[in-house]
Design a protein around this ligand. Structure first.
Ligand code: EPS
Length: 376
């Protein structure tokens, strides 16, 4: 399975083509739109999200509600395009000359030999993640057929943090305005309000858990087949993500081997089990049958309303960044994107191992493998 996206933040819309989803998968469009709604939400979002009502249009590859095995074409329209339609191609009206530190604006302009940050920021905007969420929602619907679920939640915003817990129900996450299933989510809301008043932005951390994945996805045999490498590259491709740690992550570097490693036990039926999951469910670049778990660090977004020091690319004078409408924090929204890209990569590795042209073929391949692994 592979996919590509196209589209800009204020142009007509966002597009994806997915190839390799097996035939015979029933697609629930409402479920896709529900995840799109979650990505638009989360406390701390700005005014753009009041304009957009992201809904996916399936242009190809699905007939009568089922995939046909043909490439799936997806489109999400930008409602804000309507407001920009007459000026979008007007260099003077759309020009953005004060590159934001931390955004792609400055380097993108030099790299592509452009004279306007607008040509960079339109594509570099995190708006692109909307269409990836739609691709992720289809991937998730495939994984659900195999009882594989993915849950991401926020556990830290600014200076407010909670301890991580495993097996948190998804409903609990989305009952919270900041997608944090713990009691201190009210404090996170206050932290966001304070940052908004100060015209500043906030980062945070997200925990992700992949449940019921059988052992043996990914491989030690080549660097680019390792599951942790593959998941990390998907997650790091989300704007604002600055770090990914599996299991107990960096903390593990302070432990001794005898403290860190997840020892292997057999129950009375000779079934393997562990009592710790410090490695985050991945050993030798392969899933080991435990939950896959990792945390993601998200930096505060670069559009800071009080302004950051920069220079004007036309006048070459030092100045501060121009006022732009903005989110105070994208951490809750980013948690939805992390979950979506995780679903995409897990579906990709899953189909590499169990792939077939139809869902039935995949089910048979999966069943045979699980039977063998459980017998051993
Ligand atoms: C976003 C749309 C953007 C921003 C945000 C994400 O809309 P606009 O630029 O029109 O306000 O709200 O973009 C960024 C955080 C960024 O760094 O570019 C969206 O749909 O998620």
């Amino acid at each position: 399975m592979r996919y590509l996206t196209a589209g800009e933040s204020h142009n007509k819309g966002l597009i994806a083509i997915i190839e390799g989803i097996p035939a015979g998968l029933d697609i629930d469009v409402n479920k896709i739109n529900n995840v799109l709604r979650l990505r638009q939400g989360g406390y701390g979002r700005g005014n753009r999200m009041k304009i957009e009502k992201d809904k996916v249009n399936i242009y190809s590859g699905v007939r009568g509600g089922y995939t046909t095995g043909a490439p799936i074409g997806l489109v999400i329209e930008n409602k804000d395009w309507y407001n920009y339609r007459e000026i979008y191609n007007d260099d003077d009206k759309m020009k953005y000359c004060t590159p934001r530190p931390g955004h792609a604006d400055l380097v993108g302009m030099y790299k592509y030999n452009l004279s306007d940050c607008r040509d960079v920021l339109e594509r570099a905007s995190a708006r692109e993640t909307a269409i990836r969420v739609a691709v992720g929602a289809i991937s998730e619907q495939l994984l659900e057929k195999f009882n594989i679920t993915i849950v991401s939640y926020v556990y830290s915003i600014g200076t407010i943090s909670s301890a991580i817990k495993s097996n948190v129900p998804k409903d609990l996450v989305y009952n919270s305005p900041v997608y944090c299933p713990f009691d201190n989510h009210e404090e996170m809301v206050k932290e966001i309000d304070k940052a908004k008043e100060e015209k500043d932005s906030l980062g945070g951390k997200v925990y992700t858990e992949v449940r019921n994945l059988p052992m043996g996805l990914g491989s030690y045999s080549q660097w680019d087949k390792k599951l942790d490498c593959r998941l990390t590259s998907q997650v790091m491709s989300i704007p604002s993500v600055k770090g990914v740690e599996f299991g107990i992550g960096f903390k593990g570097s302070k432990l001794k081997g005898s403290q860190y490693h997840d020892e292997i036990f057999l129950d009375e039926n000779k079934k393997i089990y562990r009592i710790t999951n410090n490695a985050g469910g991945i050993e030798g670049g392969m899933s080991n049958g435990q939950h896959i778990c990792f945390t993601t660090a998200i930096k505060p977004i670069p559009t800071v309303l009080k302004g950051l020091r920069t220079y004007n690319v036309e006048t070459y004078k030092e100045t501060v960044t121009d006022y732009q409408r903005s989110d105070t924090t994208v951490v809750p929204a980013a948690s939805v994107v992390v979950s979506s890209v995780t679903a995409i990569e897990i579906a990709r590795v899953f189909l590499e191992k169990f792939g077939g042209d139809s869902l039935n073929d995949v089910k048979n391949n999966f069943k045979n493998y699980v039977r063998r692994v459980e017998r051993q």
